[in-house]
Structure formats: C-alpha cells, structure tokens
Write a protein that binds this ligand. Sequence first.
Ligand SMILES: Cc1ncc(COP(=O)(O)O)c(C=O)c1O
Length: 457
Amino acid sequence: MAIRTIIEPFRIKSVEPIRWTTREQRIELLRAAHYNLFLLPADDVLIDLLTDSGTGAMSTNQWAAVMQGDESYAGSKSFDHFRDSVQDIFSYHHVIPTHQGRAAERILFSVMCKKGDIVPNNTHFDTTRANVEFVGAEAVDIPIPEAKQPGIVHPFKGNMDVAALEELIAKHGRERIPLVMLTITNNSGGGQPVSMQNAQAVSAVCRKHGIPLYFDACRFAENAYFIKLREKGYNDKTPKQIAQEMFLLGDGCTMSAKKDGMANIGGFLCTNDDLLAAQEKNLLILTEGYPTYGGLAGRDLEAIAVGLQEALLEDYLRYRITSTGYLGNHIAEQGVPIVQPPGGHAIYLDARAFLPHVPLDQFPGVALANELYIEGGIRTVEIGRLMFGNAAKWDLVRLAIPRRVYTQSHIDYVIEVILEVWRKREQVHGLRITSEAPFLRHFTAKLEPLATVAAPV
Ligand SMILES: Cc1ncc(COP(=O)(O)O)c(C=O)c1O
C-alpha cells in the first residue's frame, strides 16, 4: 500500500502546552514589542517558527546521554564521545567545541582573516557575514544565478557559482582569499541544498589555488538527504555516507549543533590544519573555555554526540523533508509566492511578491511577518532589508520548522493562517525604524507602522 499520510516517526512522551491569545491581545502585544517579533515574549506565541535553531525536541536517547554527562573541567569522557561522533561523520583532525555556531565563526575568521581579505560563500548567513566584517574582511555571496529568482525551481539552488569563484580569485588574487565557505544547506538563500557535484567543483577550484574550503555545516543532514533524493548516483547511499563523502572535499567546518546536531545549544569548529587548530584553541580558552568543553557542559556534548547521528536517520529525514514540502506546496498551490522549491528546514514567503504595494524601504518582510502573528499567533522571521540593510537581495519571511516539535495538524493550522493573510494582503502596510543597533539590527530594532497604505510602486 502506498501511504500518503505523513506521520511523525516518534511518539510523544512529554508535552508542553501552548497558549491561545485573541487577535486584540496580539495587536497590543505586538505594539508593546515595538513591531519586532524578536522582542515578543515566547509565551505569547502559539506556533513559534522564528527559528529551527536550538528549538528541537531531544529524543529519549539524548536525554539518557545527558544523564551521563561528565562535567570534569579537562579531559572529560563526554568530550571523547562528542569528538568521536563528530569525526565519524566529518573526519576532520581537530574538533573544537563552542557554545554555538557564531562562536566557531568568530574564532575561525579571527585566526584566518585580516582587513582587506575576501571570503566567498554561496550565501553568508547573517552571523557569518557579521563575523567576517568584524575582522575587516569582505563577505562576498556568489550563489548560482537561479538562486536570485525565488520562483525558479532548481534541484540544487544552494549551489555556488563556480565560474564566479574563479573570476573572484583571478580578480583579487589568491593571497586576499584566505578561505572559501560553502553553506549547506543555504539558509539565507532559501534553505536550498548544494549538490555533491557542485561541492566537488568548488573543492577542485580551491585545491587548484591552494585555498582551504570550509563548510558551514549547520544543516548537513538535510543537505545529504536532498542529494540522496535528487542527485544521480546517490539513491542507494545512506545520508551518513553522503555527508561523509562531502566533508572529505573540505579542510574544516563551522557548525551550529542547534540545527542538525539536534541539541538545544552547542556548536563546533573543525580543521585539518595543526597550526590553525593551536591558534584557535588559544582563542577558545580566552573567551569560550577549555578545549574539551568550549563553553558547553559535559551533558551538552553528550546530547550533541547522539543528536548528530539521529539527524542522519532516514525515517526522520524523510518525515522532515516531506512535512516541510507539504507546507510549501499547499500554500504555493493557492498562489502564495514562495521560494521554490520548498527548502529543508523552512519555507520562505516572497514578501515582495506577496505585498507588491509595500515599498522596499517600508520592510515588506517585517509587515508580512507581523501580520501572520496578528492573524494566527505564528512567529516567523524577516530575511531581507531589516536583516541585511541595503545589501538585501530579496525580502523573505522564513517559517523555520523546529525539529520533532510540531505535528501535521500544527502544519495544517499554519497553512490556514497563511491563506487567510493572503486573502487580506491588500490591507497590510509598511513600517519604519525608530531605533536600531550598529550590528545585526534585526534582533533589537524598534519599528512603528506607517498609518496609511503607500501607493503602488
Ligand atoms: C547557515 C548558518 N550559519 C551559522 C549560523 C549561526 O549559528 P548559531 O545561531 O548557533 O550561532 C546559523 C544559525 O541560524 C545558520 O543558519
């Protein structure tokens, strides 16, 4: 029998209540949060799709491992479990734990980059870009041209433009490019995967010029599953074999274990370079902690050790990718503009196409995200002009799905709310900023709604 119903490959042992609010309450709550969903108390959110980062549910095996956490300051058994699990998949010589992904980024770029350097990436995530720029280097995004058009369907829209990489190296010289990064999957580009063929081509260019290749590996398991589904020659391989093959193409990685590490906190930095590793560990000691815990508790290391392996289980990945696709396809069928095809961890609404009457300097992405909250208590995030300023190539609203947290009926509810906002879209209007921080302003910016709907541009 061909089964069409998506069922979660787990039973629920512990439940966490979520709270209904009225539309009037939400209007008031949003005003009090200065129209920035980051400033909203989580308790006032019904379905929280702000991020898939650190919001997943841990398994019974992870909780059992937590109880075995060895909290010794140096040389704990938990570090050995963590390192062995990471190396089993990633194979890099040095595994440096950090409290989350951005700490790995800060250490990596502090050690490898200086003012005037250039770091190419398919698309930098916001913290990655900020950490590159913080050391005075330039973060350059070179996704394939298809990635720039949200409506175009491409099986590996996360791919890097290899010709653009060659051009960048020819133009600026190898000396100004201390490393190349490949983000799998490409979060800011729509949660789109990178093919093995593309990773091989990028790796070949890097090796030809003697430039190290690092993966931003946050969603490596989802990327591996897309390769299994879509790339010729990989159907018979396990997601783990595919991930292992991909990491052999690089020299190291940064990782936020809050994604495909299936943990609520944690990350790591890997490298094959002994000299760099020594410098990185020195910096780690300065701000994160001793190299066998790096700002994490032993129990966190245990949870990650188990989580990394669970993220690669095929039953889990099938359910995850199918469920995200179900959400995307259902709204797209009704005309809602989304980044096509549906991503692995998230669906991205194209706010510019959704709200064509809202000028770009009035933050259509923020306007749409706020409306989803008012309509149904759903929290999402803008990835656009508020996040990236004038560098924004698009205005998206990301609905990131926490791992193993929401059921299919929650997903059906989200579809219902989006379609309702779609019907009323002409009534949504823009906003302006009233205060902002110099870096990563989207986290704390305060905004206010513009009273009237602007004339179409
Ligand atoms: C692609 C990518 N890189 C890096 C990060 C940063 O990781 P963290 O939030 O753990 O610092 C994220 C987080 O969302 C991400 O999606």
